[in-house]
Ligand binder design. Structure first.
Ligand code: UDP
Length: 234
């Protein structure tokens, strides 16, 4: 699959058109940003970790009945995916209080939540990705009622599958963000699932094994990404 011109460059990935209009090639970068681009850096090897890890997880999710954009890994950093139009929504699932949730409601990080929380943010950097609810999404026509229903259903299914998958690897799934796209009229899981997009805490030590090591300057950032990939490959 030959890469043609770049159609999009995000903070962590480049997206290329191919000879097949129904497929893109994604190239993962080592660039890291946090706090809506305020903190910038690089995590050596991150692109390869996120690419390989996402692909393993997307194939596992496909087997469990969640449709994804995954087609074929080309090499350590590049993957062929189905071309989608991304819904401008960040779908966040929380099993344990952390990050912006803890700050917003002043609850300590690590508090187990009595109910799994599904949250939407409106993907819009200029606005700082504000929280948005189902009514807002429908009012602004960001998704149809039918699409929203499917997105919610898939998000919970992804959570159930991921919680089990990570627990088997000694990692607690605290929260994560996913994105969906539309391919030939169908809602499918797109973007990535990686230490950039999940909070993962070591089950035994409680250590943070995700992008919070970069966000909060906790050290051992590169090593942690490699450790997570090693466990995911098992
Ligand atoms: N997240 C993400 N991209 C974003 C915002 C959040 O991947 O632009 C992930 C983040 O890594 C965490 C979860 O979504 O696993 C919830 O993040 P939160 O809302 O707590 O925001 P943060 O603390 O990262 O600002």
């Amino acid at each position: 699959m030959k890469k043609l011109e770049m159609v999009y460059e995000g903070k962590a990935k480049k997206v290329y058109r191919t000879e097949d209009e129904k497929q893109f090639v994604i190239e993962y970068k080592d660039d890291a940003t946090a706090f809506n681009g305020l903190k910038k850096g690089s995590i050596v090897g991150k692109g390869a970790v996120n690419n390989i890890m996402s692909n393993i997880i997307f194939q596992m999710l496909e087997e469990k009945g969640v449709p994804t954009h995954f087609v074929k890994q080309l090499n350590e950093r590049e993957t062929v995916v189905k071309a989608v139009k991304i819904l401008p929504l960040e779908v966040i699932i929380r099993n344990v209080a952390a990050g912006s949730f803890s700050k917003r409601y002043s609850v300590e990080e690590g508090r187990a939540l009595a109910k799994t929380v599904l949250e939407f943010s409106y993907k819009n950097d200029d606005l700082g990705d504000p929280l948005i609810n189902d009514d807002h999404i429908l009012a602004l026509e960001l998704a149809s009622e039918e699409q929203l229903k499917l997105v919610r259903k898939y998000a919970y299914e992804v959570n159930d599958a991921l919680k089990e998958f990570f627990l088997e690897r000694g990692l607690k799934l605290v929260d994560f963000k996913i994105e969906f796209g539309i391919s030939e009229g169908e809602i499918i899981l797109a973007d990535e699932i990686s230490p950039d997009t999940c909070r993962l805490w070591d089950v035994v030590t409680g250590e943070k094994m995700d992008k919070d090591r970069f966000r909060r300057d906790l050290g051992n950032v590169e090593e942690t990404y490699q450790e997570v990939l090693g466990r995911v490959k098992k």
